[in-house]
Design a binder for this molecule. Structure first.
Ligand SMILES: *Cc1c(COP(=O)(O)O)cnc(C)c1O
Length: 401
């Protein structure tokens, strides 16, 4: 059986009709800038913030231009600046060390486990090196958040969460983004809700959020925010905080509001797809699936498996054979960074000591997008293709030994 899969791994669903209608209304009235409102009007951006705060259970929310901007703003609002060190994951994507570099700080990388989460034992040994941890819930895998928060609280390390892959996810009933001082979300096309570009920042910290609002470029119009601290919080902050423009506009907010209302339903659909692939890849010799603890409620918009301790040529062979059958896999072990798969050692602006334990795991990580345009039957076929190609290469390797 040599079926070829024809779907497009980068094709998301259309914007829902209600989002298109809301976008049209904004285009027709022409007030795209969030502070351009008429008497009595509440901007779409302010409504989105209010709705997202209610959804996630935070006091405050700020809509911004990108997820990366949300992270850099959170760092600035925590007082991180030139020459400071910031702990972060070695297994993450480029916007994360990029946000740290954007404020002039330097990442200190912490390794990854076989379950694709930050290595908490290694983190323990590095907590004395920085006062902030930018924790990336990379590819939607959540670490033991209670243990992490206990460790960081005890060491006086502030946690900022990168929730670009965990919108709607939770650990032990507490949403991701609600554990740290700030939670940073992305609404870029490949995430859980899609406005092309965009980001959301949440917090319960009044001063931190007042700084973030000033940083985002609110001029002195912060009173038009709804999910924001009271005006008196801004009394000094408004004089002290530079404007580093990165607001979200009303057009994007209008597109996002209906998608937020559908998020729980969409999460269910993503997880159904994940389940079909996980079932299809169970018990494949040589292939390991990350263990997903019962405390973790994830929203799968991608799928990862490990070909741990495989020869690099054999992994390349699997990737090529799957590609020939229409299944697009990304490999974190390739010699050169390609597409979205750069690694801590590809970021030369953030030099790091070698991390052999992490290198072993990165060398085995295979990653795949899971857009909702794939049907469950598509997912069955994708799993069959991966299963047969992994098995063929694995048996060939064994025979050669
Ligand atoms: C996408 C992404 C972000 C934020 O990305 P933007 O493109 O700036 O919205 C942050 N962290 C991770 C891991 C991401 O994949």
């Amino acid at each position: 059986m040599n079926d070829v899969f024809k779907g497009l791994f980068t094709q998301q669903e259309p914007i829902p009709d209600s989002g298109i209608a809301a976008a049209n209304a904004v285009l027709q009235h022409g007030r795209l800038h969030r502070y351009n409102t008429v008497d009595g009007e509440i901007a779409e951006a302010a409504l989105l913030e209010e709705e997202f705060a209610a959804y996630i259970g935070s006091q405050y929310c700020l809509a911004v231009a990108s997820g990366g901007y949300a992270m850099a703003t959170a760092l600035r609002a925590c007082g991180v600046g030139h020459g400071d060190k910031v702990l972060t994951n070695a297994f993450t994507l480029a916007p994360v060390p990029g946000a740290i570099a954007a404020v002039g700080a330097m990442p200190v990388f912490v390794g990854v486990t076989e379950d694709l989460v930050i290595d908490l034992d290694e983190l323990t040994t590095k907590l004395d090196q920085a006062s902030v941890l930018m924790l990336s819930h990379m590819r939607g895998h959540l670490c033991d958040m209670r243990r992490l928060m206990d460790m960081c609280d005890a060491a006086g390390v502030t946690v900022i969460e990168d929730c670009a892959h965990t919108m709607g996810a939770s650990w032990d009933g507490v949403p991701s983004g609600r554990w740290g001082k700030f939670g940073c979300f992305s609404t870029q096309t490949y995430k859980h809700i899609n406005s092309g570009e965009g980001g959301l920042l949440v917090s319960d910290d009044a001063e931190g959020m007042a700084r973030a609002i000033m940083l985002s470029g609110s001029y002195m119009l912060f009173e038009r925010h709804r999910a924001a601290p009271p005006p008196e919080t801004f009394a000094q902050i408004k004089y002290e905080t530079p404007n580093i423009s990165g607001r979200m506009d009303n057009l994007r907010a209008a597109i996002l509001r209906p998608q937020l209302r559908n998020l729980a339903e969409q999460a269910g659909r993503w997880n159904e797809r994940y389940g079909v692939i996980a079932d299809g890849l169970a018990d494949v010799p040589g292939l390991q699936l990350p263990h997903r603890p019962k405390e973790e409620a994830f929203v799968a918009s991608s799928f990862q498996f490990l070909l741990l301790d495989w020869a690099p040529d054999a992994v390349s062979d699997v990737i090529a054979r799957c590609a020939a059958r229409g299944v697009e896999l990304k490999w974190f072990g390739g010699a050169e960074p390609k597409g979205f798969t750069s690694r801590y050692d590809s970021w030369h602006y953030a030099p790091s000591a070698p991390m052999p334990k992490t290198d072993r795991i990165l060398a085995g990580i295979v990653d795949m997008r899971l857009p909702l345009t794939f049907s469950l039957a598509d997912c069955t076929l994708i799993a069959q293709i991966i299963r047969s190609e992994v098995s063929a290469v694995y048996q060939g390797q064994a025979a050669a030994e």
